[in-house]
Structure formats: C-alpha cells, structure tokens
Design a protein around this ligand. Structure first.
Ligand SMILES: [Zn+2]
Ligand SMILES: [Zn+2]
Length: 317
C-alpha cells in the first residue's frame, strides 16, 4: 500500500518556532483557552488594547465580533474554480485587514500543463505554453497556490525579509492544500526544499522553504503517516556555490546565475525517486530547472515543483 502524503489543511501543528508573536497571537491563544462569555469579554478587551496591524498594507484595524467565536470576522467567499481563495482567507485571516485579504488570486486553469503559467485568456483547456513547447525542460510539472502579487506577496516578504516566522503556519497550510489539489499523493516519493547556500543561510538565519517542508512533515508525523518522505534537503542536495540574489535579474541572467549551483550529495537517496521540490516563489523557473537538472542527472525518476506563489507575466509582478 502506498502511504499518503496528503494531509488535512487544519493539521499543521508544533515544530514551528513562533518568533515575532504579535498581540493577535496572544489574543487568539489566550482567547482559545476560555469560552463563552468570558472568551467574548476577553477578546473584546484584548482587541481594544491591541488593535491588529495588517501585514500587507500596514493599517490598523479592529472589528466588533457578532459572535463569541469571532467567525464573522471575514465572511469566507468560496472560489467556484478551486476554492484555494477561501483556504487563503481562512488561514491568512489573522494577518490581513478585510481589504487586503480579498486580493489573493488562486492559480487556476486554463494554465500550462507543465510550468503552471496561467493563460491570459480565462477560457479553454490546459495546454503547453510556447516556452514549454520550445524547451521541454527538466522538471515534469510546476504548480503554485497563488499568483505572486497583493497580500500573498506581502506575507512572503514578511516571512523572508522580516523573519516573521509565525507565517510558516498559514503559508504551509496553503501549500499543502495546493499539493492536494494538483497531485495524487502516490505520484511523489520524496519532498525536498530548495536548499540555500550556507552563507545565505547564516545571513538570513533560516531557510523558509525548509521550514514549509518541516511544517508539512510535522503534520504528517502527527497523523502517524510516512514522514520519512520528508528528509532534510541538505543531506541530499546542497548549494555548492553562493549565487547573487535572483531578484532583479532577467530570465537568461537568472539561468546563468544559478548554473551548476546545486550538487547532489546522496545519490542513492535520489535514484529512481519521484521528487517534489518546494520553494516559496516560482519566478522564471530557472532555480527549479537547475535543481531538477541536478536531481535527474543523479538518477531521479521525475521532479515536480510546488511553490506558495508564482509570478504571472500578465499580473505585472
Ligand atoms: Zn491591509
Ligand atoms: Zn509552460
């Protein structure tokens, strides 16, 4: 029997270091311990004392809960296409004001069946984009949860550049839900984060992609499922040389910048395996292509790519 990678979106827990806890964390955590009238009063007082700051636009906002559970805070709007927008609203609720939370755009068909780019025309079937027809590339399929713009972009920036590590939890849940919608669990043997070079790791202090995978592994472990499919990426593939940041570079420069930047250090772990690479953002695909090239060269059966967000040529990001 093939064990399942799939896990419920509400199941990530533990293992994530919650630095930068803001007032809201305190509110929700303390409010969760009491119930009924006391909970209602406690939350109302907490929110009056600590107004919430939107992580996207920076504005302070507050609300008057109609019900003790506070479930009226953001009415959940179901996405008729794939529902990832309502998942985003549910998981990002504590971090975003009511205006920003609606700016999430889920990645949805019609899209390129390989690289996952959404077509400007929103009617028709999935098919290969012209780039993928010209260059079949090294990975099999890339998918993302959302279009890299608006609130999701702001949350990823907060995570990466402001070390708001509490965001691993909502973004990890979104990532898992995207996997559930775009893959059959038995299509993947192993989940690996895109590694950072040691120098970058020391500068930043953490690898956000590895933390997303760790959160996923924790959820699977809690359900007593096959968490062995989530090895530490650095024991299998490493960045063998430092590279300049990809941000601000065009596609050919990105490809040159990342060339031969990865090295498989455990060939036997890779051979014959179907690998899912995880990263926070897919931009031109140069990083994913290069990592997939190294994995395939060392005997990987297939490489897929999953990211929290993806730039789209028409989105202007
Ligand atoms: Zn906002
Ligand atoms: Zn494509």
């Amino acid at each position: 029997m093939v064990p399942s990678l799939e896990t419920g979106i509400g199941s990530i827990a533990g293992g994530v270091h919650l630095h930068n806890l803001n007032a809201l964390d305190w509110q929700t955590r303390s409010a969760g311990r009491v119930s009924g009238l006391m909970g209602y009063v406690g939350r109302a007082v907490a929110e009056a004392v600590f107004p919430q700051k939107c992580r996207a636009c920076g504005s302070f906002w507050s609300y008057v809960p109609k019900f003790p559970s506070g479930e009226d805070r953001h009415p959940v709007v179901l996405d008729p296409v794939d529902g990832l927008a309502d998942v985003f609203q549910a998981v990002a609720m504590p971090w975003l004001c009511p205006d920003c939370i609606t700016s999430f755009e889920a990645v949805a068909s019609p899209l390129c069946g390989r690289c996952g780019v959404m077509f400007q025309s929103r009617v028709g079937e999935d098919h290969l984009c012209s780039d993928c027809m010209r260059r079949p590339g090294n990975f099999r399929r890339a998918r993302a949860a959302g279009v890299y713009s608006g609130a999701i972009m702001a949350l990823i920036h907060q995570l990466k550049y402001r070390a708001c590590l509490a965001l691993i939890h909502p973004l990890g849940r979104l990532l898992q839900e995207a996997f559930r919608r775009h893959w059959q669990p038995e299509e993947v043997d192993m989940v690996l984060s895109i590694p950072l070079h040691n120098r970058r790791l020391r500068q930043r202090g953490f690898n956000q992609a590895q933390m997303l995978v760790d959160a996923w592994a924790n959820a699977v472990r809690e359900e007593k499922r096959d968490w062995q499919r989530f090895p530490k990426a650095r024991e299998i593939i490493v960045r063998s040389r430092p590279t300049a940041p990809q941000a601000g570079l065009g596609k050919p420069e990105r490809r040159r910048n990342i060339r031969r930047a990865f090295k498989v250090v455990d060939r036997s772990a890779v051979q014959g395996r179907r690998i899912l690479l995880v990263d926070d953002v897919y931009t031109t695909g140069a990083t994913a292509e290069e990592a997939a090239h190294e994995l395939k060269k060392n005997g990987a059966d297939s490489v897929d790519v999953l990211t929290v967000a993806r730039t789209m040529p028409h989105s202007g990001s």
